[in-house]
Design a binder for this molecule. Sequence first.
Ligand SMILES: *Cc1c(COP(=O)(O)O)cnc(C)c1O
Length: 390
Amino acid sequence: MERVYLDYAATTPVHPEVIEAMIPFFREKFGNASSLYSFGQETRGALEEVRQRTADFIGAAPEEIIFTSGGSESNNMALKGIAWTARERGGRILVSAVEHHAVSEPAAFLKKQGFEMVRIPVDGQGVVDLDFIRREIDKKPLLVSVMHANNEIGVVQPVAEIGRLCREREVVFHTDAVQTVGHLPVSVRELNADLLSCSAHKLYGPKGIGFLYVRRGIRLSPLIHGGDQERRRRAGTENLPAIVGLGKALEIAGREMEAEGVRLTGYRDRLIDGLLKKVPDCRLNGDRDRRLPNNVNISFAYVEGESVLLNLDFEGIAVSTGSACTSSSLEASAVLLAIGVPAELAHGSIRITMGKWTTEAELDRILEALPRVVAKLRAMSPLYPGGKNG
Ligand SMILES: *Cc1c(COP(=O)(O)O)cnc(C)c1O
């Protein structure tokens, strides 16, 4: 049985060209980039080349890029780094209600430390309330953090507008762009971002590497103290194979992103239309159009998302019930609750995310399997009006 992977928002396979590019940096080019002899110079050169490419990719300058271990570290560094630098200023932090745990948890941690946390509400489509932000910004918060696109429901936020509001009032603006870099055009200038997080394993690069963009002039307290690497903002010997992998992944994204976006949008719309038509009592979560090209998130009444997931897995099809970080717990998704999905319905939700190796044939398979699995589970459910026991 050919397995079908439809969870690209959780992680992506590493592109074969990325693996090829990384291998020499495990073998002959293993030098420490801080060493002065030629082994070090070789890796230092590669490091700075990737830094330049990364900067170019988002319209930044190379000295504005800090390599980190990925999205979680970048987000932690943004929130704690700003909070700890500016403790004396009263300490309000605005965070949207639909952030990834890698933002909402450091925010909760800072709240315990005495910072004031303000949750930015979202509407029923998952879009943040701009008027709320406009009002709150006048109270001069330390930081506003709103993700570029949501990992569960795929909603793309109006970050350029938020960035503009923040810039006008000289409020620091951070955006978690882990779901967009390499998938949608991302320009830190257009977004007016002061801080921006990225992770390589969401764009066909290796796990455990990413970066934080820090606009020139923004003061940030480091999370990891030690050596002088990354201009003393993030200590530790640079993970060169991974950094080179990230660089290659960005290069590939640069040439393929646009066409991929068009192709996946077609797949996404076909899947949404097909499922809404074939399955009664279901709803699409998140705005239909302000949406990542590869994301489908649907709630099915009278079934458990976990049961759907396991039944599909039995047939070799991998989907998710939401964020990979919450799927092992039995709590309903905070994102779905925030957009007003009732708890019972939130429990019956499935996220399908597609990517580079998704095919038409795979779409056909999920379009056949998912309605059948939902119908089977409903037939066994005591709650379903049309079921055996109903
Ligand atoms: C995956 C993800 C993260 C975490 O990134 P890691 O590199 O896995 O730490 C953060 N934010 C969003 C939106 C994500 O999708």
